[in-house]
Ligand binder design. Structure first.
Ligand SMILES: Nc1ncnc2c1ncn2[C@@H]1O[C@H](COP(=O)(O)O)[C@@H](O)[C@H]1OP(=O)(O)O
Ligand SMILES: [Mg+2]
Ligand SMILES: [Mg+2]
Ligand SMILES: [Mg+2]
Length: 320
């Protein structure tokens, strides 16, 4: 079906079109996730161990996201967390083509306008926080669609399928998104408190190095919660100053969308050494040197400098 404005759409930059479509696609993936949990059969599979799970919701949400993106944007490179599965998806998993109207409120910055569809790499985490999902900690779950170009995150979409699930009278679920240099939408950014230091970290993947790094930062409070998307949301809404994970385990699909939205507001996300992560199609998927993110207005270097030498040595980049 053609709709008003569809001829105008061709002049909208590719990054913005992919982001706008991803808002709508992430909403459909979130419905699929909620439907599977409601039906009650999660079909849990262990990938590398008991803290690396996959459910039917992870599998189906990825199929939905990849099928829709590939149909609307055949020249994209799409990299998803779960195994590729090219079986056709049910008709009702296919969403209307084009951008969600909410995404048209953002202005694409000049630096991103020249990027063509074939230069974009989309990093898909169909369900971030799987361990917590299986344990009923539903507010830790996000759907992450990160849009990278030239090795850097350009735009991101984070859907929280269970936002407000403990407050049934409030609107359920939400989608937030942002364009680097073009702003964010879907939530109210807030600064963290000025008189304390709150650090968020893993709940289900802790190690000795993770704990050493936290201790060295002498936080007033540690929020050990699930999901990379969820933890960056805590930074964006002023609930924590920094997200510190001194361990391998997080992958590029965990960090791409959150990094795009965080940097759109002036926050930062790097490895534990303060080095920028890369998102070209051929990079190593693992963020092998850890993750360190800070809220807008928080001094990132302060955190980098306080990571102890033994932690830095334990997370050395492979190529020296
Ligand atoms: N050791 C690990 N094995 C598998 N996935 C990991 C590991 N560490 C982190 N992750 C991924 O990074 C996310 C953030 O980590 P954490 O919650 O421990 O802070 C996890 O929800 C998980 O994503 P996913 O749930 O999509 O598999
Ligand atoms: Mg996983
Ligand atoms: Mg993940
Ligand atoms: Mg996942």
């Amino acid at each position: 079906m053609s709709h008003p404005g569809s001829s105008k759409m061709t002049s909208v930059p590719a990054v913005q079109r992919v982001m706008g479509a991803s808002v709508r696609i992430a909403d459909r993936a979130a419905e699929i996730i909620r439907g599977i949990l409601r039906a009650g059969d999660l079909g849990i599979v262990q990938k590398t161990g008991i803290n690396d799970l996959q459910t039917e919701a992870d599998r189906s949400a990825q199929r939905c996201i990849v099928a829709n993106l590939a149909r609307q944007f055949p020249r994209l490179t799409i990299i998803g967390e779960e195994e590729p599965d090219d079986r056709p998806v049910p008709d009702d998993w296919i969403v209307e083509s084009g951008a969600d109207p909410r995404a048209e409120t953002l202005q694409c910055p000049e630096g991103l306008t020249g990027i063509t569809e074939d230069q974009i790499v989309v990093w898909v985490d169909p369900l971030d926080g799987t361990k917590e999902f299986t344990q009923g900690l539903l507010d830790h779950v996000t759907v992450l669609i990160g849009i990278a170009a030239g090795g850097e995150p350009a735009a991101g979409v984070i859907n929280q399928p269970y936002f407000n699930y403990q407050h049934p009278s409030e609107p359920q679920g939400r989608t937030i998104f942002g364009l680097r240099g073009g702003g964010v939408a879907g939530f109210e950014p807030r600064a963290p408190p000025a008189d304390s230091r709150i650090v968020t970290t893993t709940r289900s993947h802790s190690t000795g190095l993770v704990q050493s790094a936290l201790q060295a930062l002498q936080p007033d409070q540690v929020l050990a919660v699930g999901g990379a998307g969820h933890k960056v949301m805590l930074l964006l809404e002023g609930r924590a100053h920094a997200y510190v994970f001194a361990s391998p385990g997080c992958k590029k699909w965990d960090t791409c969308a959150p990094e795009a939205i965080l940097t759109a507001l002036g926050g930062r996300l790097t490895d534990i050494h303060g080095v920028q992560l890369r998102y070209e199609a051929d990079v190593q998927h693992m963020n092998a040197t850890g993750v360190l993110a800070t809220a807008p207005g928080v001094e990132h270097d302060w955190y980098v400098q306080r990571i102890p030498a033994d932690v830095r040595d334990g997370l050395k980049p492979k190529s020296g």
